[in-house]
Design a protein around this ligand. Structure first.
Ligand code: FES
Ligand SMILES: [Fe+2]
Length: 414
């Protein structure tokens, strides 16, 4: 249990909030690349701020505050030109730096008026099929070149869901390994049985031991499952929580970032960024673009769809409330990962208050060629067959490239 003040400090993301300042030290995906054609603008929201992102015909990206200083119309509805973003109402035009460069209905606006009409501009960049934004103070740190964004020869897709809950309860799930045995074991099994599908999920084994170690980009999570040992990849290798909002999961040929983007205090955009590597001796089919798909976590009647692994997680996150009330929680020994994460967040928040860069911020290009993370090859004692099934009972079953991935991962016939 924590105090109401501590809960505010840990969860709030808006400008001026303590956690908002820490979170503004990092880059976040705000759109998939396929969603923004040259000449187009889109509305996005990040850390409680309304923004407009645009791509000039030449491909150059821009990111501005959303509301036009004239009479407040959304610049995200405007047209992206080489000169800048054009407001749809009266054509005021804002360049990539936010300066107003045209007021078509004013014959001679003058430098003073133009400078009063400028808007805030932010750093924006593209990597691995995602468009990232940085809202913190200048100079922006480097956009991290995490391995899955830059590896060659992989098949990729991006799943996404907008969730009506605070980012922190999703991150706390990532340092709560034991939920797997009940939520993804028995609860999922029951949900699958109701929908007449298979019954064994393979996730039900009891956790004998859990462990958490800090490393230079976050927390490595480890587990020993009933019948296993510390020689298993689950303990020996584990997988990382990449501070502050990313979890790296997967095994074998499947690798995935789950990125929890704080849209505002009560909304999180969840990205599943998957990277499938071909088994030895095979090649991944060529991809021109990384496809995007929505993960359907509610049924048309509004009920939770818990018959896949991530659907169960989403039900848990959302039903904790818009901001989970930690003044009433009852933590037990298996919740010690949450305690560690909260402590780490508070330490890093103090670092930022002292004017230092927090954990994982990168400014040295040498360090940013490709940031490699380790994760289990054999997860939960899993074989290739287990992993194919895991794909079938996870969000990946909604992927538009699911058949391509399965074909690539399947043993050759004959
Ligand atoms: S409201 Fe944008 S130009 Fe008038
Ligand atoms: Fe889970």
């Amino acid at each position: 249990m924590i105090s109401a003040e501590m809960q505010e400090r840990l969860t709030r993301v808006g400008p001026g909030s303590a956690m908002g300042r820490l979170l503004r030290s990092y880059w976040y995906p705000v759109l998939a690349s396929v969603e923004l054609a040259p000449g187009q603008a889109r509305e996005v929201r990040l850390l409680g701020e309304d923004l407009a992102v645009f791509r000039a015909p030449s491909g150059r990206l821009g990111l501005l505050e959303r509301h036009c200083p004239h009479r407040g119309v959304s610049l995200g509805q405007g047209v992206a030109t080489e000169r800048g973003l054009v407001c749809p109402y009266h054509g005021w035009t804002f360049d990539h730096g936010g300066a107003c460069v045209a007021m078509p209905a004013e014959s001679n606006p003058g430098a003073r008026l133009l400078s009063r009409a400028s808007v805030a501009a932010y750093a924006v960049a593209e990597l691995g099929g995602l468009i990232f934004a940085y809202l913190g103070p200048a100079p922006a740190p480097l956009l991290p070149r995490y391995d899955l964004f830059v590896l060659d020869g992989a098949l990729r897709d991006i799943g996404r869901a907008e969730l009506p809950c605070n980012w922190l309860q999703i991150m706390e799930n990532s340092v709560d390994p034991v939920h797997v045995e009940y939520l993804h074991g028995q609860h999922l099994q029951a949900a699958l049985a109701v929908s007449g599908r298979e019954t064994a999920t393979g996730y039900g084994r009891r956790h004998e031991k859990i462990g958490f170690d800090l490393f230079e980009y976050g927390i490595t999570k480890r587990r020993v499952l009933e019948g296993g040992s510390e020689d298993d990849d689950d303990w020996r290798v584990g997988h990382p929580l990449i501070f502050p909002v990313t979890l790296r999961v997967g095994a074998n040929c499947q690798h995935r970032f789950q990125i929890r983007v704080p849209v505002d205090d009560q909304t999180t955009m969840h990205y599943w960024y998957s990277c499938y590597l071909p088994p030895a001796g095979r090649q991944a089919p060529a991809q021109d673009t990384v496809p995007l798909y929505e993960v359907p976590w509610r049924r048309p009647d509004g009920s939770f769809r818990t018959d896949f692994v991530d659907g169960g997680d989403i039900m848990a996150w959302v039903t904790q409330g818009a901001i989970a009330d930690r003044t009433r929680e009852l933590l037990v020994s298996s919740d010690r990962g949450l305690v560690l994460l909260r402590r780490l967040l508070l330490e890093q928040l103090e670092r930022v208050e002292r004017g230092d860069d927090p954990l994982g911020v990168i400014r040295d290009p040498e360090r940013n060629q490709c940031i490699r993370f380790v994760q289990e090859h054999d997860k939960l004692g899993g074989s290739a067959a287990f992993l194919r099934r895991a794909m079938d009972i996870s969000h990946a079953r909604f992927s538009p490239i699911r058949d391509q991935v399965l074909a690539m991962l399947s043993p050759p016939s004959g």
